[in-house]
Design a protein around this ligand. Structure first.
Ligand code: HEC
Ligand code: HEC
Ligand code: HEC
Ligand code: HEC
Length: 135
């Protein structure tokens, strides 16, 4: 009995954590209008529209084409990390604090979780060579 209670108590905070740390691309736009407008013209914004209605029901396809169920396509946070805790001006101005609260540094690995030669149809991408949300 004690063990069951212990397991339930440890699982509840975990599930709340994973469901509510997403902030939403539209909300990032409040402060990053320029990046948002740019991103809306990219394949990432449109990634779920490449799928047919049948494919949209396949979790496998969504894992790269719409990884955040409450957001659009390959969202801001697919690359920058879940934003609920860092998406505040005073946090974002302090880069170290922002990183501690979830802002991820962008490296080749940020892209290769979806773009790699072993994925279904991937080509490798280098963040230094491609514009994804800025000119
Ligand atoms: C309330 C306003 C606000 C919101 C909301 C916000 N940001 Fe920011 N963001 C800022 C400010 C201010 C800076 C710092 C700009 C500077 O120092 O030049 C910043 C900087 C950044 C940077 C650059 C960090 C660096 O290392 O240079 C990234 C990336 C970023 N924001 C992404 C996001 C994402 C993704 C979201 C949504 C999850 C978001 N921001 C939401 C205000 C905001
Ligand atoms: C591992 C990540 C990943 C998975 C899983 C994935 N895709 Fe993709 N998909 C990509 C990437 C990345 C591209 C862009 C092609 C490239 O690498 O330049 C792409 C491109 C596409 C395109 C081409 C869009 C265009 O403009 O021509 C279609 C269609 C597509 N995917 C359908 C699917 C379907 C259907 C599934 C599920 C069976 C799926 N994808 C699963 C990563 C993935
Ligand atoms: C496919 C990955 C990806 C997506 C999606 C993405 N970004 Fe970025 N973002 C980057 C990369 C790469 C940089 C270049 C800087 C770096 O290397 O850290 C960057 C830089 C930034 C910066 C720093 C200032 C600048 O313009 O260089 C801000 C702010 C930012 N992104 C906000 C956003 C917002 C808001 C969204 C969604 C509307 C978004 N990003 C979507 C990868 C991404
Ligand atoms: C969550 C998965 C995911 C991540 C992370 C991601 N991408 Fe993508 N990317 C995609 C998908 C899916 C597509 C194809 C969208 C479509 O056309 O349906 C794509 C398309 C692209 C395209 C257009 C490719 C073409 O052939 O038209 C470029 C360029 C690109 N990504 C660059 C990047 C870079 C650079 C990074 C890292 C900073 C990155 N991506 C991170 C999933 C991802």
């Amino acid at each position: 009995m004690k063990l069951v209670v212990f397991i339930i108590l440890t699982l509840i905070p975990l599930s709340i954590y994973s469901d509510t740390t997403h902030f939403g691309s539209e909300n990032c736009a409040q402060c990053h209008q320029k990046q948002y407008e740019y991103w809306k013209k990219t394949a990432h914004f449109n990634a779920e529209n490449s799928l047919t209605d049948v494919q949209k029901k396949e979790a496998k396809c969504y894992s790269c084409h719409k990884p955040d169920s409450s957001d659009v396509g390959v969202s801001c946070e697919s690359c920058h990390g879940d934003g609920k805790y860092y998406a505040k001006s005073y946090v974002m101005k302090d880069k170290e604090l922002a990183k501690k609260l979830g802002l991820k540094s962008i490296t080749k690995n940020s892209c290769s979780k979806c773009h790699n030669k072993y994925s279904l149809h991937g080509s490798e991408k280098d963040p230094k060579k491609e514009s994804v949300c800025t000119k």
